[in-house]
Design a protein around this ligand. Structure first.
Ligand SMILES: C[S@@+](CC[C@H](N)C(=O)[O-])C[C@H]1O[C@@H](n2cnc3c(N)ncnc32)[C@H](O)[C@@H]1O
Length: 234
């Protein structure tokens, strides 16, 4: 029998092959999302920004979960992702909302350097990286603030609400602790001029992930046009 020559293929890093849903979710930016998955599973883990067991979870637990926040976001505006770490949820948001101006706020040198490399490598012209603590940023300079796994809601609100212009919105990705954290934050939120705080359950059938997001609006001004899970303006 004749033997068939098989071209050797380049090894694919574990966990980085794009799942079927990624094409739907990222559309024309699928290649950038895939490059980001490779950076997270490669340099991100090597440099200790993600845990050593996260390689197989970069798409679902990290990129997919973060991408769900975009479902509540308007198309335009200025957004700060505070405590962005390796770029979560800020990078998936920037890929899904290319007209948003996204500022990744991260105080740690190693993390902010990684973020700058990601922004350069993906060619994201709507994203900047600021190495700073959230509480040191100029007040009232953002329409939107996002955060995942940064601090309990009372503390996070003290950092995030002053950054928002009147009428702006904080979206905090939280797990099962969302309602307990919200109860604990109520008195702080009152002092910080929050006018409304709700818990949104966001699901996307194709991603197969869900996210619990605490949404807090700041009083006054024009309301940021975030949308509810039914797609209606909220
Ligand atoms: C557990 S990590 C979460 C990173 C990323 N958001 C994620 O979901 O993977 C918390 C991040 O918050 C950052 N952080 C801590 N205090 C902060 C502050 N005052 N302002 C901004 N970022 C802060 C840390 O440096 C760290 O990168």
């Amino acid at each position: 029998m004749p033997t068939t020559d098989v071209e050797p293929t380049a090894p694919v890093p574990r966990g980085t092959g794009a799942p079927v849903w990624a094409a739907d979710v990222f559309g024309p930016r699928l290649a950038q999302a895939t490059a980001y998955a490779e950076l997270l599973a490669g340099a991100g883990i090597e440099r200790g920004l993600l845990g050593p067991r996260e390689a197989d979870r970069v798409w679902g637990r990290h990129i997919g979960n973060s991408a769900l926040v975009a479902e509540l976001l308007p198309e335009t505006g200025r957004l700060a992702d505070i405590g962005s770490g390796a770029g979560l949820p800020g990078i998936p948001i920037a890929l899904r909302r290319p007209q948003l101006e996204v500022v990744l706020v991260e105080p740690l040198l190693r993390r902010s350097q990684f973020l700058t490399e990601v922004v350069d490598e993906l060619g994201l012209d709507n994203v900047t990286v600021v190495r700073e603590r959230a509480e040191k940023l100029p007040k009232r300079s953002f329409d939107l603030v996002t955060a995942r796994a940064v601090a309990p809601l009372p503390k996070l609100s003290q950092w995030a609400l002053p950054l928002l212009r009147a009428g702006g919105t904080l979206l905090a990705l939280k797990g099962q602790s969302a309602s307990a954290e919200l109860e604990e934050a109520r008195s702080v939120l009152g002092r910080l001029a929050a006018e409304e705080a709700t818990i949104e359950q966001v699901e996307n059938e194709s991603i197969g992930e869900s996210a619990t997001i605490v949404r807090v609006r700041k009083q006054g001004g024009a309301r940021t046009a975030t949308t509810g899970k039914d797609g209606q303006s909220a």
